[in-house]
Design a protein around this ligand. Structure first.
Ligand SMILES: [Mn+2]
Length: 400
């Protein structure tokens, strides 16, 4: 028994280490800034400038070792006219590189009735020019992925020409695709509702898939875990997109009700595990890793931003490590022989395995602290930024 468990724990360590070696997670710049709800904001010494966002993201990377890039938002971080060299200087200073670039075609007043789907050609052109500008900035920054999010939609039946809007959208995305550099990608995200409450122009993965196919081979679908109806089977969508070879990326978060921006795995860690398991299953069959950009897209407003990001990364690593432990050779036999309980238990065994010792081992081997959250708390960084950003000493509530 002792022999068996020691052999098995070595296998766990090796499998987990190999899996974690291949997992990098991009941080969102907006996840370090103060955000709120429709009712108000509760402030913390969050990042106010692009430099502070790079600085805070740099801390998450420093202690986790797996977050070398930060997703940037054109209007919020890199307003038009910003010199890319200034951004590159920050990347060098804080040790995180610019990651995916999000154009902003939803905030300005001109977009009240949509951007690429707007009835007015002048607005569609305005949006397209901004997106093309974002593609150019991304190229100059060395960023690969363009991740536009379209709030386009309508709020009342009969108020929008849904088919015309689809065609305008397809046309704008094709133009965007054709402006991409050889290594760049266009990732299309979908969401069924909010801010529009009657119809959203890219409402689900099928619509995103149709648009990506129409745009061209560098366009792929981006799955945001919070952007689904309550009971939707997200891992099935993932399996289909993998099989269609068009899954480009993930936006991680969790939710209880709608697009709640809760911490990854805080509500349903088994769902995250099942998503990762579909990816690992596909990779095991294909004999190669897939090219999926894993990104966090959360900006919850009560937890300490940096600590929540570290917690998210640690959670993602643990769930990914558990998914790596699924015994796929045995699973496929159980599936073929239609042994339902055995097949299901293979999933449950992997999910129930405490991978934390193996993850800690992996961190030690990488020269990282075994507990990144504790190491961050001991580093004094929060005390320093509280003083710098508020002029006051840190209190217990600085570490919510
Ligand atoms: Mn998203």
């Amino acid at each position: 028994m002792a022999l068996h468990s020691s052999k098995s724990s070595t296998r766990i360590d090796e499998t987990v280490a190999a899996a974690l070696d291949g997992l990098q997670i991009e941080l969102p710049s907006w996840g370090f800034a103060d955000t709120g709800t429709r009712f108000g904001k509760f402030y913390q010494p969050a990042a106010r400038t692009i430099e502070e966002k790079f600085s805070d993201a740099g801390q998450v990377h420093k202690f986790t070792g797996v977050c070398p890039t930060i997703a940037l938002h054109i209007l919020w971080d890199v307003p038009e006219g910003t010199e890319p060299s200034e951004v590159k200087k920050l990347a060098k200073r804080y040790g995180v590189q610019p990651g995916s670039i999000s154009p902003n075609v939803f905030q300005d007043q001109i977009y009240k009735h949509g951007s690429l789907c707007n009835e007015q050609e002048s607005v569609r052109q305005h949006a397209l020019q901004h997106i093309l500008y974002s593609v150019r900035i991304a190229r100059e920054l060395g960023s690969r992925d363009i991740t536009p999010w379209f709030a386009d939609g309508s709020n009342f039946p009969g108020t929008a020409n849904i088919r015309a809007r689809k065609q305008w959208l397809a046309e704008g995305l094709k133009r965007t695709h054709d402006a991409l550099g050889p290594d760049q990608r266009l990732l299309l995200e979908y969401k069924p509702f909010e801010p529009a409450f009657y119809h959203t122009d890219i409402a689900d993965w099928g619509m995103a898939l149709v648009l990506a196919r129409a745009a061209g081979p560098k366009a792929r679908v981006l799955v945001d875990t919070g952007h689904h109806y309550q009971t939707q089977n997200i891992e099935q969508i993932v399996a289909w997109l993998l099989d269609e070879d068009i899954l480009g990326g993930f936006h991680f978060n969790d939710r209880r009700y709608a697009d709640d921006d809760l911490t990854l795995g805080s509500i349903d860690p088994y769902q995250v595990f099942r998503i990762f398991a579909e990816i690992r299953f596909y990779e095991w069959e294909a004999g190669r890793r897939t090219d999926i950009a894993y990104m966090v897209d959360q900006s919850h407003n009560l937890k300490n931003k940096i600590e929540e990001m570290i917690q998210t990364v640690m959670t993602a690593q643990e769930l990914y490590a558990k998914a790596a432990l699924v015994d796929f050779p045995t699973l496929v036999v159980a599936q073929q022989e239609q042994r339902l309980i055995d097949a299901e238990d293979i999933y449950k065994d992997a999910f129930s395995t405490d991978v934390r010792p193996a993850v800690r081992e992996w961190r030690t081997a990488k020269g990282l602290a075994q507990d990144p959250l504790a190491a961050f708390r001991e580093s004094g960084y929060m005390e320093r930024i509280v003083r710098e950003r508020t002029g006051r000493a840190a209190t217990a509530s600085s570490y919510a």
